[in-house]
Design a protein around this ligand. Structure first.
Ligand code: DAK
Length: 260
């Protein structure tokens, strides 16, 4: 499928998905959200793709938020449709079986930070700036930001970031646990793709089930989470990948996983 606002490049099991609207700092308008939801679906079921790296085009921004110019003119009905579309897009990414790494190359603000938080983890450039400016616009984060950020870094730091609307630099975002690692701008995509390739090389069902266990387990009590983990663990023992992974270890050879 052709996209107007996205670029997709796939090599060696890793798809790099770039939001390509640099003239608007990659802001998310309705069209971008529709395309992103389709792209996540397409990538999830593409057998050539085991990991996705999500980034923004240009030097300045990952995604500078939802498109304020489009939102400013919305009726309440259009606002409702826009919210549903944004939530659908975030859910599609969070629920997809394929892991997604955010490579935050510049501003990740508002809906842009929410998009990054919806990924499985975040790498950032030294030039990245992250924040939730929604309160400066008289609104609050609406694509899961209040929920995902507070779960990730705790209530007090999430409160400070969201109540002030301030931006923080990549090093502080790392210290706070939002970003896993910070790289020089020219290194960011290289490192994100290296990590993606490492994940693409291990058992894909193991990765998918681990993602599922962690994401769903966080919404459960600990005992239910343990029971859930055990059931997924058991399911994997019926797969060719488990036979291949353990067989290869015993036979001292490299495993060849098929994702079956
Ligand atoms: N929307 C639309 N256009 C944007 C944009 C945005 N979020 N951010 C930047 N642009 C555009 C600018 O308007 C400018 O376009 P032209 O004027 O050249 O046509 C171009 O990108 C370059 O931006 P600047 O000239 O402003 O660049 P600077 O380097 O001077 O400043 C900046 C960079 C990132 C500090 C600045 O552009 C900025 O403050 N941008 C807005 C950031 C922001 O407030 N983001 C949060 C948006 S609110 C919802 C759920 C979620 C949301 C909404 C609804 N529902 C459930 C309904 C999410 C809301 C948000 O994300």
């Amino acid at each position: 499928m052709e996209f107007k606002n996205l670029l997709i490049e796939t090599a060696d099991g890793v798809a790099t998905l770039t939001v390509n609207r640099p003239q608007a700092l990659n802001a998310l308008n309705s069209e971008v959200l529709t395309e992103l939801a389709s792209a996540f679906y397409q990538l999830e079921y593409d057998p050539a793709v085991r990991v996705v790296v999500l980034t923004g085009a240009g030097e300045k921004a990952f995604v500078a938020g939802a498109d304020i110019k489009e939102m400013a003119a919305m009726s309440s009905f259009e606002g409702h449709q826009f919210a549903l579309k944004g939530q659908h897009c975030m859910m599609a990414m969070e629920k997809m079986k394929t892991p997604v790494i955010a490579a935050v190359n510049g501003f990740a603000l508002g809906g842009g930070l929410e998009l990054a938080l919806g990924c499985d983890f975040i790498y950032a450039s030294e030039k990245a700036k992250l924040g939730f400016p929604e309160v400066t616009l008289g609104i609050i984060p609406g694509f899961g930001g209040t929920q995902n950020l507070a779960r990730l870094i705790g209530k007090n730091r999430a409160n400070e970031l969201i109540f002030t609307g301030r931006m923080i630099a990549a090093d502080k975002a790392q210290a706070w646990g939002i970003v896993n690692e910070v790289f020089a701008p020219e290194e960011l995509l290289v490192k994100a793709k290296e990590t993606a390739a490492a994940i693409a090389g291990v058992g894909p069902l193991g990765v998918t089930y681990a993602k599922n266990a962690i994401a769903n387990g966080l919404n459960m009590g600990k005992e239910d989470g343990f029971r859930y983990e055990a059931s997924l663990f058991g399911v994997l023992f019926g797969t060719a990948d488990q036979k291949e992974g353990m067989g290869a270890f015993v036979e001292k050879r490299k495993a060849v996983f098929t994702g079956k």
